[in-house]
Design a binder for this molecule. Sequence first.
Ligand SMILES: [Zn+2]
Length: 307
Amino acid sequence: MFQKKIFILINFYTRIFIINLMKKIPVRCPTCNQMGYIEINDIDLQPNIRGIMGVNVLASVICEHAFVVYIDNNHEIRDCFSTDFTIHLPELELDEKDKSNELIDLESINIDLITANILSLTIVNILHACFLKKKLLFLNDNEEINLHLNNFVKFCFQDSFDIFFEAKQRWEYGREEETYKEYIIIENERVIKDEENTLNPKKIKIERVMVQTFLAKLEQKTSLILLKNEIKIAFHLAKYVKKFFLSKGGLASRPKDLIKYLDKKSTISVNRYYVKFLIQILAKYFDVNIKDKFDFSGYIDWAWFLE
Ligand SMILES: [Zn+2]
């Protein structure tokens, strides 16, 4: 029963709605302050356990900017943030079979402590490094925060990616500096070592949306479970991408065909930013480089894809 509830939540959350008909709700663009209305189908606003939904406001609906608004069951705007691209996070049926062997218990994480003390950008950077199998050390002299941050990150990734993340105090690092030679290091809020420029904020899009979505939620424990499931979805989808190229037997594929393939897989709806994210995971985490397996003829606007 509990699992079923969670499953409904997952489905609900991963769907960021394109605007439908019916209910008119006034919203203000977070970038230029332009006021306007979005129209919501009342069916989409049925009471749900979390009591909040995200609506993707596309560029040109209100002004030139795209943004996401969060609306509760009373049609009140709860939060709003801008996006410089349009997202559809994938929706996928998840098997829950490995739920039982969770190492970190949700109850052992003080989410408030983390969100009050750790910058959202830092969380974005941690996720990004983990997705790409990079080693990351976070230095902070508050032992309690470190404990909960370690649990938080382990919890998020524990049924998908193997990660190399540690939060430690400075003196601990000083004692065993040699061990962390290959690590990206973030000290409090600053990235102090990142030799390969992995944490380039301009290139991190999906993780940013994941964290913003996580922070915008009212019920933190549920939103943490949802964040973990999104990470799991990315893990499985990256493997789907690999499967797609294996099925092509070495023939170059058009980007469009890959998107179509991912769309056909269950109820997934992905855009090209998300596909790029998956291809990065495949290259860095799974060590499968497929960029040269694309046929970009007639796709000049996809050049950024190979960056
Ligand atoms: Zn605007």
